[in-house]
Design a protein around this ligand. Structure first.
Ligand code: IPM
Ligand code: MG
Length: 351
């Protein structure tokens, strides 16, 4: 089983090192090869997604990614910026289905900014479309109008087939869970998402057991804070999913806990924490590696069909938390506060 390991920027290298440590401790037959992406790709080859990195990712069965981005690259031309490397690899590998589970570990109920009774038992799966929408729609750009004023343009567009294939992923996941989907759109204003709603309704005819509801994105943002446990599977487009998944992560105590899987039609996948590169804390050994370690568990589950070892990792994380180990972002009184690599060690010890 070939894994392309792309640590990226900021805290990427430290958190990925912990996930690699955990994977190695399982003694599976994994061939892991590292390559640069994002700012690291730009430094190494003048490109946030160097050809060699893309080729390695294409040849691999799965990709384990840290995070990309650093303020020091913000002044580069747009196509050279780290985020472009991430968006391109998603597009090139056709990773249209982004799964972001927001699961509250009971030990962390006190770490959420919401009241424990609002979040305890929380288990939401956000299914975010990842290769379409306003992120990729043409036309786009900044140009100068005839009157000399500048104008910025992005285009929200979704084709029927793009909506249907992400909808299908969500319905299949719902069938394995509580058979409830909430589709999030802005159908009262945006035609692209009016079509989204229509296609979801058409698709639901194939899944009579699944209860499909719809919610406008503004209301969904509110409901996630008001009563998050009403949700099971949420399916939404690229930009709404980007925003709502950050919001959902805070219900679980810290964005440092949220893993993700980005899958193509054949379950080849890229696995990365949902959080960013956090350059402000990079290199200090204080980042939370659990989202990345849990992403490695998702890799075993979705790409390698190895549910047993995925559960082993997830249970090891639970055990480390139950033993009181906490990184700074989830620290509470009386815990054993540890650094990034010590948290990795705690998970390995629990394995
Ligand atoms: C995410 C990130 C990315 C996105 C950025 C870094 C381009 O926020 O994975 O959620 O917007 O998709
Ligand atoms: Mg985001």
């Amino acid at each position: 089983m070939k894994i392309a390991v792309l640590p990226g920027d900021g805290i990427g290298p430290e958190i990925v090192a912990q996930a690699v440590k955990v994977l190695k401790a399982l003694n599976l037959n994994l061939e892991m090869t590292e390559a640069p992406i994002g700012g690291a790709g730009y430094e190494a080859a003048g490109d946030p997604l160097p050809d060699a990195t893309l080729q390695l990712a294409k040849d691999a069965d799965a990709v384990l990614l840290g995070a990309v981005g650093d303020w020091k690259y913000d002044k580069l031309e747009r196509h050279l910026r780290p985020e472009r490397g991430l968006l391109r690899i998603r597009k090139e590998l056709n990773l249209f289905a982004n799964l972001r589970p927001a699961l509250l570990y009971p030990e962390l109920a006190g770490a959420s900014t919401l009241k424990p009774e609002v979040v305890s038992g929380l288990d939401i799966m956000i299914v975010r479309e990842l290769t379409g929408d306003i992120y990729f729609g043409q036309p786009r750009g900044i140009s100068t109008l005839e009157n000399g004023e500048r104008e910025g343009v992005n285009t929200m567009r979704y084709s029927e087939s793009e909506i249907r294939r992400i909808g299908r992923v969500a319905f299949e996941i719902a069938m394995k869970r509580n058979k409830k989907i909430c589709s999030v759109d802005k159908a009262n204003v945006l035609e692209a998402t009016e079509l989204w709603r229509q296609v979801m309704i058409e698709l639901s005819a194939e899944y009579p057991e699944v209860e499909l509801t719809h919610m406008y994105v503004d209301n969904a943002a509110m409901q996630l804070i008001r009563a998050p446990k009403q949700f099971d599977v949420m399916v939404t487009g690229n930009i709404f999913g980007d925003i709502l998944s950050d919001e959902a992560s805070m219900l679980t105590g810290s964005i440092g806990m949220l893993p993700s899987a980005s899958l193509d039609a054949n379950n080849k996948g890229m696995y990365e924490p949902s959080h960013g590169s956090a350059p402000d804390i990079a290199g200090k050994n204080i980042a939370n590696p659990l989202a990345t370690i849990l992403s490695a568990a998702m890799m075993l589950r979705y790409t390698f069909n190895d549910e047993a070892n995925a559960l082993k990792i997830e249970n090891a994380v639970k055990k480390a938390l139950a033993q009181g180990y906490r990184t700074a972002d989830i620290a509470t009184e009386g815990c054993k506060q540890v650094g990034c690599s010590e948290m990795g060690d705690a998970v390995v010890a629990s394995l």
